[in-house]
Design a protein. Structure first.
Length: 251
């Protein structure tokens, strides 16, 4: 469902070229949940923004559902839902109005939109807030609306760039359970979180990025066998400390 080959993206920083994503390659099968973790500055958000067609790669290629992110961006957008740390909502509009607007924008038939929105509001337990302007909602409730915005058109691929950051435990659990249910329905998910245990709960495989490169990718069992560590936090620490090119790691 997702194929990435030698993907590269650089930026200028203080007059020098800085390679945020450094020739990475990986795949994600249909129906798989792939977790991506790494330190700040590892290149995770740059990678996600390229997959979401918000940034063009300098080199390499990536395809989602058979569509190239550089040459077929509209087709890619039809096949993905992208949720980042930012709400990306119209704050003067209510959750119902936001979901209705983005649903129509994504091609849902006018005859079906109200039923689709009502079902999603129920699934995200937004019934008590559906007609309250987003600007009056808590941060956590707004994040639920953002999740709804990302999947209103039932995309086969859901890309989540730290959607739980800044949430309290209760709000994070609501969204985490929703993501798990969405994955159980057969959707492909790429999920980044700074809470490694959340990635362990949701994902089938885990990719660790360090310094713009892939340090390792595998199932939890494979990473446990590789490092001798049991928990994802300890696995990550083991791999991070043993990366050969530590001089290239950015914090």
């Amino acid at each position: 469902m997702i194929a990435v080959e030698n993907l590269t993206k650089s930026f200028k920083r203080r007059g020098k070229l800085f390679r945020a994503v450094d020739g990475i390659s990986f795949g994600c099968a249909e129906g798989e949940a792939l977790g991506i973790i790494g330190p700040n500055g590892a290149g995770k958000s740059t990678l996600f923004n390229m997959l979401a067609t918000l940034l063009l790669p300098d080199a390499g290629r990536a395809a989602i559902a058979g569509h190239d992110i550089a040459t077929e961006p509209e087709a890619v957008r039809q096949n993905i839902g992208f949720v980042s740390r930012d709400h990306r909502l119209y704050e003067r509009m209510t959750p119902r109005e936001n979901l209705r607007y983005f649903g129509l924008l994504n091609g849902i038939d006018k005859r079906d939109i109200d039923a689709v929105v009502d079902n999603l509001l129920t699934s995200l337990t937004l019934g008590d807030y559906m007609d309250v302007p987003v600007k009056s909602l808590s941060f956590g409730i707004g994040r639920r609306v953002s999740i709804g915005r990302g999947i209103i058109h039932r995309p086969p691929v859901l890309i989540l760039d730290e959607p739980l950051v800044g949430l309290n435990v209760a709000e994070a659990d609501v969204i985490l359970n929703f993501i798990r249910d969405y994955h159980r329905q057969g959707q492909t998910i790429v999920f980044c979180s700074n809470v490694f245990e959340d990635v362990e709960i949701v994902c089938d495989r885990i990719l660790i990025m360090i310094g713009g490169k892939i340090a390792v990718i595998g199932t939890l069992a494979e990473l446990q066998a590789m490092t001798g560590a049991e928990y994802i936090k300890d696995i990550y620490t083991n791999i991070f400390l043993n990366v050969k090119d530590c001089a290239g790691v950015r914090s």
